[in-house]
Design a protein around this ligand. Structure first.
Ligand code: DOR
Length: 433
């Protein structure tokens, strides 16, 4: 395991470097000085008098960026806090995250934005960017004061967790967001079609006796929001796409030049609705896990550019919240600490996706969607990096979880490929205790 102190000037050398912007993984070395990447040499070893951290056999990449994290603070600190959520993020290789607005109180007022930014600074973990709520209280009726929220520091708007049923409200939101250059992240599920649903509507839902949500509920919402993005010219980002039909709509919209981007979550890319046979409440998510045809369409969309990035939708809940009858369990699963390993194991090791493409989807992809700094291996930029052992086999055990919540269906699962830690402005933070 890497042991490294807080050195101010050092080379990281001997391993491979992932350069997602160039689409390459090659031998290389990085010089870190006062928290910045000051030199990159595309050779395995460097001649230097400075200290050298030897990362032989490992891969160094720009730190991951998650643009869909629920930190739960303020209001639901029993589920997660800004400190615990950001610690979990770093353990998963993330150096920046974008937190969602469905807290209590909702992020619909500058005071809440300032509170989150202050608490994130106090936690001293990864960088935290803030999403403001599209509507007051995430109630879908009246838009929040976008200008004041932007002045307080938000970088995007979202009512994630809820679809904005009222098309007029969504149109107005996109018009104002467009003027301010803020992307609107849409949770696309038609509320009337998903009402009281517990999983995907299919043969499996009928057999399990659980009320289903048809993929049409997502496709209809995606179609409306794309049309409104076209009408307003604003940037629409579609969160956690799960249905093949939505992908067709997104692809066509992109071809038409509409400003639409989209993300896929690790769970929608890897977990099948049939797993719900166990009635594991940790598999209950919104939108729901779908069938194999949707999963393979989603995987293809990673490769053809329809999906721009991977985002976790890390949604922590307590055991008490989840250990109730299936119908009463809140939707959501954690994901920050397993995203890379899960996708590396399921998609990269199996040969379905190139490692550099996975890394791009977790770095430059999300950075470009929101317009965040980072995600690139570049001289002069902060040394926000992730160190990965692609060959390490490990088990995701409850004891090692840094999140406050354990609501992951992946507890006990064996993965290949492990995040060893991150450098945040050159300071090493181990993921492995
Ligand atoms: O499953 C989900 N849980 N999906 C969402 O969009 C919201 C999230 C939450 O906040 O728990």
């Amino acid at each position: 395991m890497v042991k490294w102190k807080d050195k101010k000037e050092f080379w990281i050398s001997g391993g491979k470097l992932a350069d997602p912007a160039a689409g390459k993984i090659r031998s290389g070395s990085v010089l870190v000085q006062k928290g910045l990447i000051t030199e990159i040499q595309w050779q395995k070893k460097v001649e230097t008098d400075l200290p050298v951290l030897d990362v032989e056999g490992r891969l160094l990449a720009p730190g991951f960026i998650d643009i869909h994290t629920h930190l739960r603070e303020p209001g639901d600190e029993d589920k997660e806090t800004i400190a615990s959520g950001t610690a979990a993020a770093m353990a998963g290789g993330y150096t920046s995250i974008l937190c969602m607005a469905n807290t209590d109180p909702v992020v619909d007022d500058p005071s809440v934005v300032e509170y989150i930014i202050r608490r994130a600074e106090a936690a001293g973990n990864c960088r935290v960017y803030v999403t403001g709520a599209v509507t007051k209280g995430i109630k879908g009726d009246h838009i929040s004061e976008f200008f004041h929220l932007k002045k307080a520091g938000i970088v995007a708007l979202s009512d994630d967790g809820k679809y904005i049923d009222n098309s007029r409200v969504m149109r107005t939101a996109l018009e104002y967001a467009g003027m301010l250059g803020l992307p609107v992240i849409a949770h696309c599920e038609d509320t009337y079609l998903t009402d009281e649903s517990q999983m995907n509507e299919s043969y499996v839902s009928t057999r399990l006796g659980l009320k289903g949500a048809h993929t049409a509920s997502e496709e209809i919402a995606v179609a409306r929001d794309i049309r409104l993005a076209e009408l307003t010219g604003a940037h629409l980002h579609i969160a956690h796409v799960s249905a093949a039909g939505s992908l067709g709509l997104i692809k066509a919209a992109k071809e038409k030049g509409i400003r639409v981007t989209a993300e896929a979550s690790p769970h929608h890319l890897t977990l099948d609705e049939s797993m719900l046979e166990t009635y594991d409440r940790n598999l209950k998510v919104n939108p729901p896990l779908r069938g194999s045809a949707d999963i393979s369409a989603l995987r293809s969309a990673l490769k053809d550019g329809t999906i721009d990035c991977i985002a976790t939708d890390h949604a922590p809940h307590t055991d008490i919240d989840k250990q109730v009858e299936f119908d009463f369990a809140p939707p959501g699963m954690t994901g920050l600490e397993t995203a890379f390993a899960q996708l590396h194991t399921e998609l990269v090791i199996t040969g379905e996706l190139e490692l550099i493409d996975l890394i791009r989807m977790m770095t430059t992809g999300p950075a470009d969607v929101i317009g965040l700094p980072g995600g690139r291996l570049q001289e002069g930029e902060p040394a926000d990096l992730v160190l990965i052992d692609p060959g390490e086999e490990w088990v995701y055990k409850k004891e090692i979880i840094r999140s406050k919540a354990c609501n992951s269906p992946l507890v006990g699962k064996k993965f290949t490929g492990r995040v060893q830690g991150v450098f945040l402005e050159g300071r090493w933070r181990s993921a492995v205790s």
